[in-house]
Design a protein. Structure first.
Length: 119
């Protein structure tokens, strides 16, 4: 199983980006998918999650600005980020808790994608 994150870049404050995370491999069921972010010297923090029933949850500072949604064309999720602020600058990681075709349930991580918001 692999998670591939994409969509990071440099944007001015107030701008928008959309991150994507595609899951590939022998996946039987995805329980939850999450986006985390991390800045140097800081712990990785949860930004948003979407459960298999479609319910979502967001970190307080991104509520009303970020939207997590499923990518039905591929197995994965998007993170639409609007009204970006310099404080949103971080490496963003996607994470999935899923069951493989072999019957194992584990957490998997994608590589990070860097988001830089300039003031």
């Amino acid at each position: 199983v692999q998670l591939q994150a994409s969509g990071g870049g440099v944007v001015q404050a107030g701008g928008s980006l959309r991150l994507a995370c595609a899951v590939s491999g022998g996946v039987a069921r995805i329980n939850v998918m999450r986006w985390y972010r991390q800045t140097p010297g800081e712990r990785r923090e949860l930004v948003a999650l979407i459960n298999d029933d479609g319910s979502t949850n967001y970190e307080d500072s991104v509520k009303g600005r970020f939207t997590i949604s499923r990518d039905f064309a591929k197995i994965g999720v998007f993170l639409a980020m609007n009204r970006l602020k310099p404080d949103d600058t971080a490496v963003y990681y996607c994470n999935a808790v899923l069951r493989t075709l072999a019957g194992r349930t584990n957490a998997y991580w994608g590589q990070g994608t860097l988001v830089t918001v300039s003031s």
